[in-house]
Design a protein around this ligand. Structure first.
Ligand SMILES: Nc1ncnc2c1ncn2[C@@H]1O[C@H](COP(=O)(O)OP(=O)(O)O)[C@@H](O)[C@H]1O
Ligand SMILES: O=C(O)C1=C[C@@H](OP(=O)(O)O)[C@@H](O)[C@H](O)C1
Ligand SMILES: [Mg+2]
Length: 197
């Protein structure tokens, strides 16, 4: 006879998300200020997985800051280094990888991410992004006369491409902890659609 008084305890959201990911990497994409670096690190902690930020990794291997790399070698060289670093990171897994905003726009990089990763686009509106990025000056692409207009142009160019990501999570005026929950929910739900392992 079934024990109807026993509580029904299913797997936690974290367990469901972790199961959905399997051996793949969870890869954060989106525009500057979307929260890829910060939320990626928190999601990795929640999933008990290693975390890598590709900008930090690029700075480590080149022993230069992103701004120094752009100034010394230009954006084209930076992209080529970024593609190589991401291709290498994608070989191992599972882990959580936060990319720089331009990475997913590069066709080669996007293909590499598609092969061994679940991509998550943190989608945010211009005012949210601007409020977050204008406090710091380490992003070389925003060193223009009108950085907010630059950001807006990048939105128009890039959003149709970010939309190709496997999952999309809105990054608005939501607390960081809630963002983590929303990412885990999106990942867990993707499994129910049969996208997981
Ligand atoms: N949901 C959020 N609520 C409040 N601040 C946030 C949120 N997400 C990101 N931030 C802040 O916005 C800034 C940019 O975040 P970051 O992770 O560096 O973005 P990205 O790597 O996408 O450029 C950081 O100061 C971060 O703390
Ligand atoms: O959008 C971009 O092309 C870039 C975004 C930056 O990373 P974040 O998106 O983490 O700021 C960094 O990779 C570089 O400044 C270029
Ligand atoms: Mg970042």
């Amino acid at each position: 006879m079934n024990d109807l008084s026993a509580p029904v305890v299913g797997p936690s959201l974290t367990e469901q998300a972790r199961a959905a990911l399997g051996k793949r990497n969870l890869v954060f994409v989106g525009l500057m200020g979307a929260g890829k670096s910060v939320i990626g690190r928190m999601v990795a902690q929640a999933l008990s997985l290693p975390f890598v930020d590709t900008d930090t990794e690029i700075e480590r291997v080149s022993r230069m800051t992103i701004s120094e790399l752009f100034a010394a070698y230009g954006e084209v060289e930076f992209r080529s280094l970024e593609t190589r670093v991401i291709a290498r990171l994608m070989e191992g897994g599972p882990r959580v990888i936060s990319t720089g905003g331009g990475a997913f726009i590069n066709e080669n990089t996007r293909q590499v991410i598609g092969e061994g990763g679940v991509s998550v686009w943190l989608n945010a509106e211009l005012d949210v992004l601007w409020e977050r990025v204008n406090k710091r000056d380490h992003r070389p692409l925003l060193k223009t006369e009108n950085p907010k207009a630059t950001l807006e142009n990048l939105m128009h160019q890039r959003y149709p491409i970010y939309a190709l990501a496997d999952l999309t999570v809105q990054s608005g005026q939501v607390r960081k902890e809630a963002m983590v929950t929303n990412v885990l929910s999106a990942l867990a739900k993707s499994d129910q659609k049969g996208d997981g392992e």
